[in-house]
Design a protein around this ligand. Structure first.
Ligand code: SF4
Length: 244
């Protein structure tokens, strides 16, 4: 990974990124809390690895705020899971919502935008609300893992991105689960009794909005998302472009 910007927020980013590659999840989260406090926030869609991060943070007493993108098109099981997780962890999870309801979006762009223009739909319902949140914080903590697919294979534990060129604003992206396997994630979740989406037990691998998530038999961990399209990412992990 190339760091053209050596220093950010008083940090030697290159050195910290190299050090964190060999650190445990606990050490990584502890350092992030001591350095950024609540300016570091966990973004989750309740897939396995995000749950492991929240569980570790709670165990360590690190009070990172947690947010989720509520597109208005999630499965009923996912909405129910949010409430179960809030009770289990004793936290509130902030829902980030698009500026338009699904009905308003249909009036503006036509119905079923996900079927005709999924990139536009994802931009409106996921990317824009996320960008607003990221403009207010310093570190975005994600559950990305390298084995989730080719587009994620180069994920670093700590990455620095240019967020707003005009204002010279940057954002750190912390992916503390990058080197975890799917098996290790699920072993941890089962061992700790963490609530998870029951759709996983019904054959869904990666769970997003109901119109764009199908049961899948493919090998890829993200098989079943946007079936019939080339699309493999909703855009929240690609809009930042190259890291610096
Ligand atoms: S995943 Fe599908 S329904 Fe959800 S925001 Fe993207 S295109 Fe729209």
């Amino acid at each position: 990974m190339a760091f053209l910007l050596e220093e950010h927020a008083g940090l030697d980013v290159r050195a910290e990124a190299a050090r964190l590659e060999g650190a445990s999840l606990e050490e990584t989260l502890q350092w992030t809390w001591e350095t950024f406090g609540k300016q570091a926030q966990i973004g989750t869609s309740y897939q396995g690895s995000g749950l492991v991060i929240i569980h570790h943070a709670r165990k360590l007493g690190l009070d990172f705020p947690v947010f989720t993108l509520d597109t208005g098109l999630l499965f009923p099981e996912t909405y129910a899971l949010k409430a179960r997780l809030e009770a289990f962890f004793g936290i509130g999870i902030q829902s980030l919502e698009p500026s338009q309801t699904v009905a308003e979006q249909a009036e503006t762009y036509g119905g079923d935008l996900w079927a005709s223009h999924p990139d536009t739909c994802c931009s409106l319902r996921k990317v824009l609300p996320l960008q607003q949140q990221l403009s207010r914080i310093d570190v975005w903590i994600t559950g990305l893992r390298r084995t989730q697919g080719d587009s994620r294979a180069q994920t670093g534990i700590l990455e620095l991105y240019e967020f707003d060129k005009l204002r010279g604003r940057h954002i750190l992206k912390l992916n503390p689960m990058a080197n975890w396997s799917r098996e290790a994630v699920w072993e941890y979740i089962k061992a700790e009794g963490i609530p998870y989406n029951p759709l996983h037990d019904r054959g869904y691998r990666s769970i997003g909005c109901w119109p764009c998530t199908k049961m899948a038999s493919g090998e890829s961990e993200r098989a079943g998302r946007w079936e019939g399209f080339e699309k493999t990412e909703c855009g929240i992990h690609t809009f930042l472009g190259s890291n610096i």
